[in-house]
Design a protein around this ligand. Structure first.
Ligand SMILES: C[S@@+](CC[C@H](N)C(=O)[O-])C[C@H]1O[C@@H](n2cnc3c(N)ncnc32)[C@H](O)[C@@H]1O
Length: 235
């Protein structure tokens, strides 16, 4: 894993190198990390797995409108922007340092057209309501505190109002066998499909030159509105 210390004090770039050997395509993403153990200051294992999913689905991302929730240092959102999506990065509105990290990650990759927004899960704010119609919502390791699980899903449900076909692409790190979003998915009329990591080459302890995935148990899920519900809302 490459690191460079050219940024401000306490910030070091981590470089992730994605590669498609069959098509001979490569993409490097530089993510400045803050030397601080708090959430949202560095890349989490889930982010590398979600970025690998985006890399293998890059043909679907071009021109799509994408929002990342709880982005922190924003590896997946930055990857989506580099792949040609119109991207909005967000983190909690009361975490200005995380919002600063989102901006720093954009700068590190020469991205000028990415918006950064304070969006707190479960908070139906004017900024949330005013978002454009989204195709894809990204969330890497946003289900890490069971107290927030429902708020994350409620935020996605609000976004479905503008586009009932929107998809939530999310990676989840299994930290306790007792945690589950099953009941909440049912309550909010959502469907969830788990994508096996082997299907997009993420079943490796090392990805994109990073050993972050390691032996963590990570799941890739696609959450959508239940089909019958989408039809009722559209009338
Ligand atoms: C475990 S970190 C994951 C960060 C990043 N997505 C990654 O995977 O590298 C969780 C992220 O969620 C953000 N977060 C926590 N509570 C939040 C809330 N109530 N609303 C929005 N974002 C929140 C944190 O600031 C942090 O960036």
């Amino acid at each position: 894993m490459e690191r460079s210390g050219a940024g401000p004090p306490g910030v070091a770039d981590k470089v992730f190198k994605f590669e498609d050997k069959t098509r001979q395509e490569k993409l490097s993403v530089s993510i400045p990390e803050v030397l601080d153990p708090q959430h949202g200051m560095h890349v989490w294992p889930c982010a590398v797995v979600l970025a690998q999913y985006l890399w293998t689905h890059r043909a679907e991302l071009k021109g799509r409108t994408v929002l990342e929730l709880g982005a922190g240092v924003s590896l997946p959102g930055v990857m989506a922007a580099l792949l040609g999506a119109q991207v909005i990065l967000s983190d909690s509105s009361d975490k200005p340092r995380c919002l600063e990290n989102c901006r720093r990650s954009c700068e590190a990759n020469g991205l000028q057209n990415v918006s950064v927004l304070g969006l707190t899960w479960g908070d139906v704010s004017p900024d949330l309501i005013l978002l454009p119609k989204l195709d894809v919502v990204l969330g890497s390791d946003v289900f890490y505190d069971p107290e927030d699980f429902e708020d994350v899903l409620v935020t996605f449900v609000c976004l479905l109002r503008k586009n009932p076909e929107a998809q939530f692409w999310t990676t989840y790190q299994v930290r306790s066998a007792d945690w589950s979003i099953e009941v909440l998915l049912h309550r909010w009329n959502l469907d969830c499909v788990e994508v096996p990591l082997a299907r997009f080459g993420a079943d490796e302890p090392e990805l994109a030159g990073s050993s972050l995935p390691g032996s963590h148990s990570i799941q890739m899920m696609i959450i959508t509105q239940k089909k019958d519900t989408a039809e009722i809302i559209q009338g």
